[in-house]
Each structure stands twice: as structure tokens, then as C-alpha cells.
Design a protein around this ligand. Structure first.
Ligand SMILES: N[C@@H](CCC(=O)N[C@@H](CS)C(=O)NCC(=O)O)C(=O)O
Length: 197
């Protein structure tokens, strides 16, 4: 088994799906959390000057989606064939489209409040409803894949911002709960560092 090191900020953010994949697979991961004070001096170590970065036996992989898909393939969570993998990716990408509606980079607190309310109350609910309509059975690709972990982790973040956001989409809510109840994932969730995002 290779040695794995994940570099990211002390946040869930773009790294949490990767951490959840390792937890589900029961594979050891050195979860290196670089704080914001330390970051300017470490930025040059990362090929794109950004994180997350996964180091596999000393070789770096960048871009959270690429890392997630690589890890999922390594641990048989990427889909049993190309079609299933594509359905998993379709779900992940659609969920990321939803998450990108949040005003992540807005610095003005007043503007951010307004943009956040519009995203959570107007823009995101119909997008969630579309996914609800497409979800058949227990898992999106017809088997448990990384796409379901992306949904669960993103739903967790949306619920922290608006606790009733999944009430109109009970199948998505149940999927998030099903993933978070998986024994290895539940064990990780019970012990993971508490972070705001
Ligand atoms: N497309 C990249 C985006 C990575 C990214 O934006 N990382 C941010 C944190 S979420 C970062 O490293 N920011 C610090 C910087 O750019 O100096 C990915 O998905 O990995």
C-alpha cells in the first residue's frame, strides 16, 4: 500500500470528500492541515500554488476533483464500469454546480448575506429538486460511489447554512443520512476536527 499525505487548510472545504473516501476505504492517510499563517511560506511547495494536494509515495496530485476520482478508483468507489463511473461523475459535477452558487469569495459581509439568502432560498432549491427527480434507488449510480459521498458532504454543508433546505427533497436527505451512517464514515465523523466550513 502506498503512503498517502493530504495537504489542505484546517477546513472541510475541497478536501473533505477525499478524507471521507480514505475513511470509507479504511486506508491510512496523513491528514496535514496547514494553517493560514503558515500558508504564504508553503504555497510554493504546491504545483498550482493551491490545495488540496495529495502526495502518493512522494508524488503530488492536484485538483480536488481529480484527486477524488483517483482515490475513488484506487479504492473501488469510482463505479464498477465506465458507465457507472460516468453516472457517479455526473452526480458529483451536478452537486458541485450547486455548491458553486454559494458566494464563497465575496468579501463584503453585507453583500455576502444577500447573495447567500438568494442562493439558499431561490437558486439552489430547484437544482436540488432536479437531482431529487433523477435519484432512483439507494445510490445515484445504482451502486455506492464517490458521487454519493460528494452529495453527502455537500448536503452536510448546506444543512449547516439552512437546516430545512433538504425538507422538499426527502430522497436526497435520506441518501445523505445513509452515507453518513456507514460504519467507517460514521466513525470518522465522530472524531473529525470541528471546523466551521
Ligand atoms: N480547482 C482547485 C481549486 C483549489 C483552490 O481554490 N484552493 C484554495 C482553497 S479551497 C486555495 O488553495 N487557496 C489558497 C491560495 O490560492 O493561495 C481544486 O478544486 O482543487
Amino acid at each position: 500500500m502506498p503512503s498517502y499525505k493530504l495537504y489542505y487548510f484546517p477546513l472541510k472545504g475541497r478536501a473533505e470528500v477525499i478524507r471521507l473516501l480514505f475513511a470509507q476505504a479504511g486506508v491510512e492517510l496523513e491528514d496535514i492541515r496547514i494553517n493560514f499563517e503558515e500558508w504564504p511560506a508553503r504555497k510554493h511547495e504546491m504545483p498550482f500554488g493551491q490545495m488540496p494536494v495529495l502526495e502518493v509515495d512522494g508524488k503530488k496530485i492536484c485538483q480536488s476533483a481529480a484527486i477524488g476520482r483517483y482515490v475513488a478508483r484506487e479504492f473501488n468507489l469510482g463505479g464498477k464500469d465506465s458507465f457507472s463511473a460516468a453516472k457517479s461523475d455526473e452526480f458529483s459535477d451536478a452537486v458541485m454546480d450547486i455548491m458553486m452558487k454559494l458566494p464563497w469569495t465575496e468579501k463584503d459581509e453585507e453583500k455576502k448575506k444577500v447573495l447567500m439568502a438568494t442562493a439558499l432560498n431561490e437558486t439552489i432549491p430547484p437544482m436540488l429538486a432536479t437531482l431529487e427527480g433523477l435519484l432512483e434507488g439507494d445510490f445515484y449510480a445504482g451502486e455506492f460511489t464517490v458521487g454519493d459521498i460528494v452529495l453527502a458532504s455537500s448536503a452536510d454543508h448546506l444543512l449547516s447554512l439552512k437546516p430545512d433546505i433538504l425538507d422538499p427533497t426527502p430522497k436526497l436527505k435520506a441518501l445523505k443520512e445513509r452515507v453518513f451512517a456507514m460504519p467507517n464514515i460514521a466513525k470518522y465523523l465522530a472524531t473529525r476536527p470541528k471546523t466551521a466550513m
